[in-house]
Design a protein around this ligand. Structure first.
Ligand SMILES: Cc1cc2nc3c(=O)[nH]c(=O)nc-3n(C[C@H](O)[C@H](O)[C@H](O)COP(=O)(O)O)c2cc1C
Length: 422
């Protein structure tokens, strides 16, 4: 049982005020300069049209860009058709480039940098076009089908797809790409000793299981050089018995650090495939999730949700204890993520050596939270971690506590797509 380990090291020592880092001062992220240290984490918008950019997605991100973040992350974009995870995702192909360029320009006009999360959903894929590629054959509950073991040709093609997609992002004016190495998506499933049962060069030893992550990062870096920043979102723990945990994920991070291909690593955990609430903590929105499903499946989900959606209590900065282990082990800049709602937490992260913080739900609740903090109103976020934003991805992602007329992107999306379920 590995879900509740004791930290390896003592609590981090706060810096003295003289050396305290100002989170609102400009800072370098690889080849780019951010105006402050706060990044909007990827929160899937669910508002693409024909797998391309929409005005609704731009509106959604412009609110947080106007609201003071240094960089906003366009959420999960698939590097290929078969890499799609959920409906209404952007697929990064030449035909999508025009809309991506509009997105980057709009963020720049609002004074923020633009990052794009890139990945292949692998076993998490549950939509048409996905082939649920995985290291090995396992049952995929999202699709109610088995996964398909990836061939070496598949892996070579997908590594190339990441490099090609990153080039499209750079050409479109994006400032960064974030490679998705977490949450049970393809690269993360290769890291997992539970999901990766291969006996070839891509499975078995940790070095072999880390091969796909290293090759993707290497190919992307080679493709974009220093035109843009390259970061990765890496699982510290899958939150699953037999999945990856700190002892191994720290070694994977060291290997990536030694390769020198990444400008920063964002630390996450959990698995959309096997243990989704580990990513979020807080309430499980069972009724709202059931409503997004066909009636019979929704009823079955209500009865079995405790099994599939194990709940974890929310605590501020819930990944900090784990993230400290990485801070002590690697030199690469780190982005602390997970339950950051207070300015004090941002200061604490800086004092413990994290270069950046990423925030998701707090900025869905209040897109202008960073500007409030800069203006001296240092209250905590109003987000209550009810997680009802999660099932809202099918209606145009939004915080249900934001007044309907004030939801960024949502109203445009409802106009374009009136069938989107509320
Ligand atoms: C509605 C919603 C959609 C999300 N979509 C993504 C996604 O596309 N890619 C990803 O890596 N994480 C996604 N996440 C997870 C967030 O990036 C983040 O890891 C998580 O919400 C914890 O950070 P927070 O406590 O600041 O919200 C999503 C979270 C939410 C609430």
């Amino acid at each position: 049982m590995v879900l509740d380990p004791s930290p390896f090291i003592d609590e981090g020592q706060p810096m003295s005020p003289a050396e305290a880092i100002d989170p609102f001062a400009p800072v370098q992220l690889g080849p780019i300069t951010l105006k402050n240290r706060i990044i909007k984490a990827a929160t899937f918008e669910g508002m693409s049209i024909n797998n391309k950019m929409s005005d609704a997605i731009i509106d959604y991100h412009r609110a947080v860009a106007d609201g003071g973040v240094a960089m906003t992350t366009l959420a999960y974009c698939a590097v290929s058709r078969d890499g799609q995870g959920a409906p209404n995702e952007i697929v990064v192909e030449e035909g999508a480039a025009g809309g991506l360029a509009q997105f980057a320009e709009a963020m720049h006009d609002a004074g923020a940098k633009a990052s794009m999360q890139l990945g292949h959903a692998g076993p998490v894929g549950s939509v048409g076009g996905s082939n649920r590629l995985a290291p090995s054959k396992v049952f995929a509950p999202q699709a109610m089908k088995s996964t398909t073991p990836a061939t070496v040709d598949d892996l070579r093609r997908i590594i190339g797809d990441h490099a090609r997609s990153a080039t499209i992002a750079a050409d479109a004016g994006f400032d960064a790409v974030e490679l998705h190495f977490g949450h049970g998506y393809l690269v993360s499933s290769f890291l997992s000793p539970k999901l990766n049962q291969r006996t070839d060069d891509w499975g078995g030893s940790l070095e072999n299981r880390t091969r796909l992550a290293r090759e993707v990062a290497g190919a992307v870096r080679e493709a974009v050089g220093t035109r843009i920043a390259v970061t990765a979102k890496l699982n510290m723990s899958d939150g699953v018995d037999g999945g990856i945990w700190l002892d191994e994920s720290i070694t994977s991070a060291r290997l990536l650090d030694d390769d020198g291909t990444l400008d920063a690593i964002e630390l996450t955990g959990g698995s959309s495939f096997e243990n989704p609430m580990y990513l979020f903590r807080g309430e499980v929105p069972v009724a709202e999730m059931a409503q997004t499903m066909p009636k019979a499946i929704g009823m079955a989900f209500r009865l079995t949700s405790k099994k599939f959606m194990k709940a974890y209590p929310f605590t501020e900065a819930f990944f900090l204890d784990y993230a400290r282990q990485f801070r002590a082990a690697v030199d690469v800049p780190l982005i602390l993520l997970g339950g950051i709602n207070k300015l004090d937490t941002v200061h604490q992260a800086m004092s413990e050596g994290f270069e950046f913080v990423a925030m998701g739900r707090a900025l869905l609740r209040e897109p202008d939270l960073i500007n409030q903090w800069i203006a001296g109103d240092t209250g905590a976020s109003l987000c209550i971690h009810c997680n009802k934003c999660m099932p809202s991805i099918y209606a145009g992602t939004h915080c249900v506590l934001v007044r309907e007329e004030e939801r960024p992107g949502y109203n445009l999306w409802q106009t374009i797509n009136p069938k989107a379920s509320r």
